[in-house]
Write a protein that binds this ligand. Structure first.
Ligand code: SF4
Length: 356
């Protein structure tokens, strides 16, 4: 079995989802790692990795989605809610820039009082203030979906509004495990899978850049993990390969209703390798310093080629993530793994072409 799959991968051909599942369950670490690195080498120099410093700025903790894996949200009537003013938000951006950052991701929740116009005004303000000196992810696909619902517009209309604002990028955040069985178990009020992809497609078609993400380590089955990768790979083909990157990170179980144990580094690394092998149509695979700290840099030897050094993210910190500003130590960990870390700027927004 391994020889047949290895032949497929080394020939540059696409592996089936069943074969990828077999690799995850049965391949030795060395074999899995080598296959992932061979796919990585199709896209990237084998001894280099790219990085930047970024902050996740959590502009509000108000959310009505009530995902059971989330320790961050507060319901609208809770006593400890907040919504940052533009000045408070700018102060957080300035703090990130002062640490050498060049990228910010805005991330809140499903706030029932925020319409797309409110987001657009915020993004216009940020772009006016920082120009091209800062790139930012205005929202996640999931937040965009809810803002469309609040604003009573369809995704195409909402995406066009976003594209006219100062916003250039969204992230594929809020994806977790993109399978309906998982969504019904843990976040039935958030969205269902094909709805998510409809929104993602509308954003790309409007000319915004976007990304793909996944979170592992809840109670998901291997079949659910594989279904996530399978649907994402098909979506990327269907839409003309416009998602430049895929980020996989791990669930932090502390202070959540779901609870549980944090998944192991070995599970993370082996899954990273499977992602690299399956997602042969996404150039960048990103490893998560935010949730794995220095251990994330080992991911560079398991298929990943890019990482960010986070300065803050309340969502994961509330669930147990610890953030270090010891950037030199983290970059040294990448070198110790055998990679020259090359600082990068934001990737260019992919052209808004129709699907091939
Ligand atoms: S994960 Fe996001 S959508 Fe779900 S409850 Fe938390 S803030 Fe809300």
């Amino acid at each position: 079995m391994l020889d047949r799959i290895r032949h497929t991968v080394l020939a540059g051909d696409r592996v089936s989802i069943d074969d990828a599942a077999w690799l995850f369950e049965h391949a030795a670490d060395d074999d899995l790692q080598a296959l992932a690195q061979s796919v990585r080498a199709r896209f990237h120099a084998p001894d280099r990795a790219t990085w930047l410093i970024m902050a996740i700025v959590n502009y509000t903790n108000v959310c009505v989605a009530k995902c059971d894996y989330c320790a961050f949200y507060r319901l609208p009537k809770d006593p400890d809610t907040y919504l940052l003013t533009p000045e408070q938000l700018y102060a957080k951006i300035d703090a990130c820039l002062a640490l050498g950052g060049s990228m910010v991701g805005f991330n809140g929740g499903f706030h029932p009082g925020l319409r797309l116009e409110d987001y657009a005004a915020l993004f216009d303000g940020v772009r006016d203030r920082y120009g091209d000196g800062l790139e930012f992810y205005g929202m996640t696909v999931a937040e965009f979906m809810f803002a469309c619902r609040v604003s009573k517009v369809d995704y195409a209309t909402g995406a066009a509004m976003m594209a006219r604002s100062g916003n250039r990028w969204v992230t594929g955040g809020g994806a977790e495990i993109l399978v309906d069985s998982f969504r019904k178990r843990h976040s039935p009020l958030k969205y269902m899978t094909e709805d998510y992809y409809d929104a993602q497609r509308a954003l790309l078609d409007a000319g915004l850049g976007s990304t793909a993400t996944m979170v592992i380590g809840f109670d998901e089955t291997l079949a659910e993990r594989m279904a996530h990768l399978d649907r994402l790979r098909r979506f990327q083909d269907e839409t003309g390969r416009r998602l430049p990157s895929f980020l996989v990170w791990t669930y932090k179980p502390f202070h959540t209703d779901l609870g549980g144990q944090e998944t192991s580094e070995r599970d993370y690394l082996r899954w990273m390798a499977v992602c690299r092998i399956v997602l042969d149509n996404i150039p960048h695979l990103r490893t998560s310093v935010l949730t794995r700290n220095e251990g994330a840099l080992r991911g560079l030897s398991w298929g990943a080629d890019d990482f960010d050094l986070p300065t803050e993210d309340e969502v994961t910190q509330m669930a147990g993530a610890t953030i270090s500003h010891g950037f030199d130590t983290l970059l040294q960990a990448a070198r110790d793994e055998g990679f020259e870390p090359v600082h990068r700027g934001p990737w260019p927004v992919p052209p808004a072409v129709q699907a091939a």
